[in-house]
Write a protein that binds this ligand. Structure first.
Ligand code: HGY
Ligand code: MN
Ligand code: MN
Length: 579
């Protein structure tokens, strides 16, 4: 390995030599980025080199593709592969082809090279012989133009894997760089929006899968799109410690909500594996596909599937375009019928731990980089539909109106009043719209969302009952109809005392502070679902900008990410495995 610091400071010839194995037999690629140093992460170095390839001439791109050996081809037989290609082809089992597999690969490689004029290139990490042959059979049908782009994309993936194995960089800055890169996949140019099974969401899943593969994990994608990476422990039937968080986002989101709890474990496992560490238990990282409920109001969809708590009725829910959840899952190449088999066998679980930004100001205000979560607030979420009577804005006197938006406004203020003044109780109307509204029409309908939470179920339920009573009074007085539909009702969830103590011990060891802040979470997390099947614990990491979250100003410092990574690493190394 070579440190990022060295990469940035080496004289150009040594810099190029150090990176000569990243793009197969093509030192011109690192050569073209020598001037762009210093790079703040391995990922930004990778992005710069891939951009240099994109800018290269077609002839240079073809030469780069042609610099790659055939898979299980003549160079492999003659032992003329580069060290990197040797490792990669062996890793995919290509040095152990059966005569039939070898003949099939030889035949397909011949067709392919004859058709395209360059060899078939595939990032074989995560592949086996059968899937390599399947990829060749599929891609040999492509057009030349399309296949050149696919080959270059595979070369970029290969370079990413090779660079991750080569560059030794601080965990914190790598985690930040990973989050920055994921944030580029969005449904909008002007904001981060990554909702369930959109193209941005699938691209995010693909990159998380690559990073898990690069960390040496065995990776699967389950029937709801959870990306599951396993680092198998030393004991054959080693029980599993599950960790993870969600990779979907709210609309106009920050980069770290959810994603920190995926990227940090991947980076820590990569570092532990790279140091030759083996644990007496399996670590499984779950990148949950959906937690925010933005597209289908299906909060905690990913963790519910893993916990065996998925409600099949959800498959009929529709998004704003009328697409059902079932159709979206199928369109992503996933099979709804396989959802039940996505559930983890609870007996295998040693526990579930989630690393998450605090999404509030407590740690920031107390200058504490890390904290232990004691409990997670329960929440009730509803969609409310108010029906009054539309009419002409100019001709209907005020006292004769049944204005749905005015009723909604009064309801919003009633919710604010009911939920004010009680510590830990909050009420939010995050969405409100007049369907097909117009400036000169009295709103006949108004739809809004209601989210009520508290750190005690009794307080939350009491507030909800009071709000419903107010809603009835408003409906009667304004002669409108107000319909409430509950879309989420999760009770408060305490974090397991054992997990709290283990986190507190790790924080103490890595910070040197005996005093560790423990605090409740007002935000909901996948951990509250996983608590239904195993012991659960959460590590909170300080966020900046006043603790703002669910907002593009959400921040996390590289130092805090680094400290959290070392706390997580300490947690893994000291986790007590029952004998
Ligand atoms: O709403 C929440 O608390 C979480 O961000 N889904
Ligand atoms: Mn969130
Ligand atoms: Mn979250």
């Amino acid at each position: 390995m070579i440190s990022l610091q060295e990469i940035n400071s080496l004289p150009p010839p040594q810099f190029v030599a150090a990176l000569s194995g990243i793009f197969e037999r093509s030192p011109w690629v690192p050569e073209r980025v020598t001037h762009a140093r210093p790079f703040n992460s391995g990922l930004s170095l990778h992005a710069a080199m891939c951009a240099a390839v994109d800018r290269a001439s077609i002839d240079e791109q073809l030469a780069l593709i042609r610099a790659h050996p055939e898979l299980a081809g003549r160079a492999a037989i003659r032992g003329e592969l580069t060290p990197e290609s040797t490792r990669e082809q062996q890793g995919a089992g290509l040095a152990a082809c059966t005569p039939e597999e070898f003949a099939r690969l030889h035949q397909l490689n011949g067709f392919y090279t004859q058709k395209f004029g360059f060899p078939f290139v595939l990032a074989v990490k995560g592949h086996n012989r059968a899937s390599v042959i399947a990829a060749l059979e599929e891609r040999v049908e492509n057009t030349v133009e399309h296949e050149r782009a696919v080959a270059l994309r595979e070369i970029a993936r290969i370079a990413g894997f090779r660079l991750a194995d080569l560059v030794d960089e601080p965990l914190g800055s790598r985690i930040i760089a990973m989050a920055e890169q994921l944030a580029r996949f969005s449904e909008r140019q002007d904001a981060l929006v990554c909702s369930y099974l959109t193209p941005a969401h699938r691209a995010t899943a693909a990159l998380i899968r690559d990073w898990m593969l690069g960390a040496g994990l065995q990776v699967d994608v389950d029937a709801v799109g959870n990306v599951i990476g396993r680092w198998v422990g030393t004991a054959a039937s080693s029980p599993t410690l599950l960790t993870g968080s969600h990779y979907d986002t709210v609309v106009d989101a920050g980069k770290f909500d959810g994603r920190l709890g995926i990227l940090l474990p991947i980076s820590v496992v990569a570092q532990l594996r790279g140091a030759g560490v083996r644990l007496p238990y399996t670590v499984t990282i779950a990148a949950f596909s959906e937690e925010e409920g933005v597209r289908f109001k299906s909060t905690f969809l990913g963790s519910r599937a893993l916990a065996g708590r998925f409600d099949p009725a959800m498959l009929d829910s529709v998004d704003s375009d009328g697409t059902t959840l079932r159709e979206a899952i199928r369109a992503a190449g996933l099979d709804p019928a396989e959802i039940p088999s996505a559930a983890f066998a609870a007996g295998d679980l040693l526990g579930f731990v989630e690393v998450h930004i605090e999404q509030g100001p407590v740690l920031l205000n107390e200058s504490a980089p890390l904290g232990v979560v004691t409990s997670i607030a329960g929440s009730i979420r509803c969609l409310v539909s108010i029906t009054g009577l539309a009419g002409h804005a100019g001709t209907v006197p005020m006292h004769l109106r049944r204005d749905a938006a005015a009723a909604a406004a009064e309801l919003v203020l009633a919710i604010e009043k009911c939920c004010s003044g009680t510590p830990g109780l909050v009420g939010t109307v995050g969405q409100m719209q007049v369907p097909s509204g117009a400036m000169n029409v009295i709103p006949g309908r108004c739809e809004l969302s209601v989210d009520i939470r508290a750190d005690s179920d009794q307080v939350r339920d009491g507030a909800f009952a009071a709000v419903l009573a107010d809603s009835e009074r408003i409906a009667a007085r304004r002669n409108v109809d107000i319909q409430w539909r509950k879309v989420l009702d999760v009770g408060c969830v305490p974090c397991a005392p054992k997990m709290q103590q283990l986190w507190a011990d790790s924080i103490s060891r890595v910070t040197g502070n005996a005093e560790v802040r423990r605090l409740p979470s007002g935000a909901g997390h996948d951990a509250m679902v996983m608590a239904g099947v195993t012991e659960m614990g959460m590590l909170f990491v300080r966020c900046g900008n006043g603790g703002i979250s669910h907002h593009p100003s959400e921040t996390l410092s590289a130092d805090d990410a680094d400290l959290a990574a070392y706390a997580f690493k300490d947690f893994l190394l000291n986790f007590p495995v029952p004998s």
